[in-house]
Design a protein around this ligand. Structure first.
Ligand code: CP3
Length: 344
């Protein structure tokens, strides 16, 4: 079906657009009362993710309620460990938790490469239902975690401030680390390709824990695997968002992706200089701006838009929305982007 609003796809490809497109990481979620209503009907987050009709419903909510220029499929990066044989739970107010970690040869031997049709059919079905429900209004973004971030959760077994178990593994058993990273990469390539076949119009790779590696480690254990994924997804634009990887921005210019996501610690002009003109940049407002009054939100958002300029920019936050953000403040951010006229 022909898309009525394809601004984000054109911006990703570097084409001129009438205005800057905007969406927000974690736009579907606890900030919306409508999401909480659907969520309260099921046992928890995981049941919501695994029920395609409901996942599609909450995916479309921010398009209806906030007016964003793209939907992102409601799921989680942790469905990949689950599909590889390492299931997770989402503990209330504690976050992700894995019963079994992957730290030994025996544990590694029990894992399999994910088969998306077999193991992740619920996500693919949610994508098909969302595409039908969106009826071409806006593009649908698919996603997966980057191999390093997934490796960090699988070895650590939960969230962590330091991920010291995961980082220790890179030093004490680099060979084991590479083998696990290769399995995650292969699973992720198959998964993202299946998302595209099911209807995803672009895909984003989230490397949420990029910023805790040294530049050398990022070059050895993260970037080559991200590059393999980028090179395998050829039919739709790919975005790489590596939170905290300010040290890798110049290297990221060589990735076979269209868009690089910036977090709010990254200076916009400096990022453009390091990454060059060949990529679209996405971001990068501090999600905490949305706790400020409307005038401040407008002023800071306009400043961000000026700094990125009229081409090769997709407006977003520098990380996901915090759950206690007021949806009205989110709307001020979105409307400011959509009404902004660049001097051309
Ligand atoms: O709107 C969207 O962005 C799409 C949905 C989405 C979710 N998770 C839903 C979710 C996306 C893209 C993700 C990605 C994700 N999941 C990342 C990468 C992005 C990032 O934030 O860095 C990571 C690291 C995860 C792992 C994860 N999932 C954590 C650490 C948590 C707990 C944190 C929290 O807010 O409680 C989750 C849970 C999660 N994933 C929620 C949502 C809406 C909240 C759970 C709930 O509704 O109870």
């Amino acid at each position: 079906m022909q898309l009525k609003n394809d601004l984000i796809l054109r911006a990703a490809r570097g084409e001129r657009t009438e205005r800057t497109p905007v969406w927000l990481m974690r736009q579907a979620g606890r900030i919306l009362p409508e999401y909480r209503a659907v969520r309260s009907k099921v046992s928890g987050f995981i049941e919501l993710v695994e029920t395609p009709e409901l996942a599609a419903e909450v995916t479309i909510q921010p398009v209806d309620i906030l007016g964003v220029d793209a939907a992102i499929i409601f799921s989680d990066i942790l469905v990949i460990p689950q599909a590889m044989g390492c299931p997770y739970q989402m503990l209330e107010s504690k976050g992700p938790w894995f019963e079994n970690t992957v730290r030994s040869e025996q544990e590694l031997a029990k894992l399999r490469i994910a088969d998306p049709e077999e193991d992740l059919g619920f996500v693919l079905e949610a994508i098909r239902l969302t595409k039908r429900g969106l009826y071409g209004r806006v593009p649908l973004i698919g996603f997966a975690g980057a191999p390093w971030t997934i490796f960090a959760y699988m070895t650590e077994g939960s969230g962590s401030k330091t991920f010291s178990v995961a980082r220790k593994m890179l030093y004490t058993n680099p060979d084991f680390s590479h083998r696990l990273l290769r399995m995650i990469t292969e699973s992720t390539i198959r998964y993202l390709q299946a998302q595209v076949n099911a209807g995803a119009d672009m895909v984003q790779i989230f490397d949420s824990w990029a910023g805790i590696l040294s530049p050398e480690q990022y070059r050895e254990f993260a970037l080559p695997y991200i590059q393999q994924i980028c090179q395998s997804i050829v039919d739709v634009p790919v975005t790489v968002f590596a939170k905290g990887a300010f040290f890798a921005r110049a290297d990221m210019a060589d990735l076979a992706c269209e868009t690089i996501g910036l977090d709010w610690n990254m200076d916009i002009a400096e990022s453009r200089e390091l990454i060059g003109e060949g990529k679209t940049l996405q971001g990068n407002m501090d999600p905490c701006l949305l706790y400020a009054d409307s005038a401040t939100i407008r002023k800071e958002t306009e400043r961000m838009l000026e700094a990125f300029g009229p081409v090769r920019h997709i407006a977003n936050l520098g990380h996901g929305l915090y759950p206690d953000t007021n949806p009205d403040s989110v709307k001020v951010f979105i409307e400011t982007v959509q009404e902004f006229q660049h001097d051309r």
